[in-house]
Design a protein around this ligand. Structure first.
Ligand SMILES: [Zn+2]
Length: 230
């Protein structure tokens, strides 16, 4: 199953299951301009070289984002996790060692989830888990729920891991972004760090307000269907 299809399925699930409570944006009165929220997310860190660059850019623009960290990397780079938390960013669980969860038995899946949770969960509240490769199903979701974690993937994939130049990432993301998009980057790729200032500038010019995943996923919020940079 392609990543975009997974995201599309997720989108469908959210549309069907979302309770009919007014969202943050729809709760804003008609006299006020509608808030267009967007969430920047960074996977696979912390990374000694790239994460500090990302953190510096987010600080410069006073934006909070969400980092889905790998447990073993978080253990290696405790100082970066501390910096992320102190800057008000949200931390999510991206498993202990980045295994494809759908290929593992229940006990190993729980081990991957709980192992990361043990490393990061005593430092900050963790509500979400993002499965490596976006690979999950009903069984994986149930196991996450057992640990009190909610599964989340993304709606706009930058595909920075393909090595696209920063200019291409910037142009496409700024053009493609929609309200309530959860944008996937990796804080292990230099092109993402290089593109980030211009992506933020472009999204600001389009009137977006930046939110963490927790802030974005208010009850009743409608996520756009999954798309990706080509
Ligand atoms: Zn990952």
């Amino acid at each position: 199953m392609s990543l975009s299809l997974i995201a599309a399925v997720l989108c469908l699930v959210f549309h069907v299951s979302a309770p009919t409570i007014p969202s943050v944006s729809s709760a804003v009165s008609a006299s006020q301009p509608k808030i267009k929220l967007i969430a920047l997310t960074f996977d696979d860190g912390p990374n000694a070289k790239i994460t500090p660059l990302i953190l510096a850019t987010l600080k410069q623009y006073q934006i909070r984002a969400t980092f889905f960290v790998i447990g073993l990397e978080a253990r290696k780079h405790e100082e970066l996790i501390k910096q992320e938390i102190e800057a008000g960013h949200e931390i999510g669980n991206h498993t202990l060692s980045h295994r494809r969860l759908t290929s593992l038995g229940d006990e190993k899946v729980l081990g991957q989830m709980a192992g990361a949770q043990k490393i990061i969960g005593d430092k900050t509240a963790v509500r979400f888990i993002r499965p490596p490769y976006g690979s999950h199903n009903a069984r994986i979701d149930r196991l996450a729920k057992r640990l009190g974690l909610q599964m989340i993937t993304w709606t706009l994939a930058s595909n920075d891991w393909r090595g696209y130049p920063a200019s291409r990432l910037t142009q496409q993301i700024v053009t493609l972004a929609r309200p309530n998009d959860i944008i996937l980057f990796h804080d292990i790729h230099s092109n993402a760090a290089e593109a980030l200032p211009k992506i933020i500038q472009g999204l600001k010019e389009r009137g977006f307000t930046f939110a963490t995943v927790n802030e974005l996923l208010q009850p009743g919020v409608k996520l756009p269907c999954g798309i990706e940079v080509h």
